[in-house]
Design a protein around this ligand. Structure first.
Ligand code: SAM
Length: 262
């Protein structure tokens, strides 16, 4: 799994890690025994979870297509995870070959694999960063080189804010402020009132997530225009339906929303 030349400084292989557990749920190969055991433990209690996580990736693809069709050509994907098929730059470049993307993750393995995958791809890069330090991310030389904040940027916070307990305003304020007109903020977030939770099948065991209710997730778009259909369960966010690529809706762990700066 470790490839020559990869810098995995800081990698702790004794503890399961969110990016690698997520990779296992998606059927990826970038995980270790400790991650597989943690994932299997979660799946024993929540066998539906792998489907729900795949729904998250479907949503990400739908939303990137919609943003590129609205003219967004730049993406900042924070908590981007380990690369799987259909990454943001691949989707965006299907319709906008000039799209630029910066992937940011706290996990050195996710960043190392992203960098490896992106070798030779102009206009796309991956950096190590912590969503709790938005100022550092925004000031990063790679971000500044690839993204022009005087033009529309799509900031993606897919499945990352629920790893941050407490108040997330200090994260969101600088991101909402830096965005110029026609920029978009995309959030998916594990929700207290998801179908999963209300059907009583979700346990927090080992997941380490901070669930928030839809009103709290909606408040993350304060100061932006929340696009239709609002903050909804991930499969319900503009499903592409018959002829599209999305499977039938499944129980959803997360809610999703997209806000536009006007
Ligand atoms: N964004 C992808 C998606 O929506 O499919 C992947 C989401 S995955 C559930 C969450 C990712 O967030 C993991 O790769 C994890 O390493 C990363 N992450 C967790 N805490 C983070 C933090 N404080 N800063 C940046 N990334 C973080």
């Amino acid at each position: 799994m470790k490839k020559p030349g990869m810098d995995l400084t800081g990698l702790d292989l004794t503890q399961p890690n969110a990016a690698r557990v997520y990779d296992y749920f998606l059927g990826g190969a970038h995980n270790f025994e400790v991650d597989r055991q943690a994932a299997e433990k979660i799946l024993r209690v929540n066998p539906w979870l792998a489907d729900a996580i795949r729904e998250n990736r479907h949503f990400l693809r739908r939303v990137v297509r919609r943003l590129t069709s609205s003219g967004v050509r730049q993406f900042l994907d924070i908590g981007s995870g380990i690369p799987t098929a259909g990454n943001v730059h691949e989707i965006a470049r299907q319709t906008a070959p000039d799209a630029t993307v910066v992937y940011v993750d706290i996990d050195p393995l996710a960043v190392a694999h992203s960098q490896e995958l992106l070798t030779g791809s102009d206009g796309v890069s991956a950096i190590l960063g912590d969503v709790r330090e938005p100022g550092r991310i925004l000031a990063d030389p790679t971000v500044r080189a690839l993204l022009d904040f005087d033009r529309p940027v799509g900031v993606l916070l897919g499945g990352v804010l629920h790893f941050v307990p407490g108040d997330v305003d200090a994260i969101l304020d600088p991101l909402r402020t830096v965005l110029t007109e026609s920029s978009h903020l995309v959030i998916t977030h594990a929700a207290t009132t998801s179908t999963v939770k209300t059907s009583g099948r979700f346990t927090m065991d080992g997941a380490g997530l901070t669930l928030r209710d839809p009103d709290e997730i909606r408040a993350m778009f304060d100061g932006l225009t929340l696009l239709r259909p609002g903050v909804v369960a991930v499969p319900e966010w503009l499903p592409e339906g018959a002829g599209g690529t999305d499977p039938a809706p499944v129980d959803s762990l997360s809610f999703a929303g997209v806000g536009r700066k006007d």
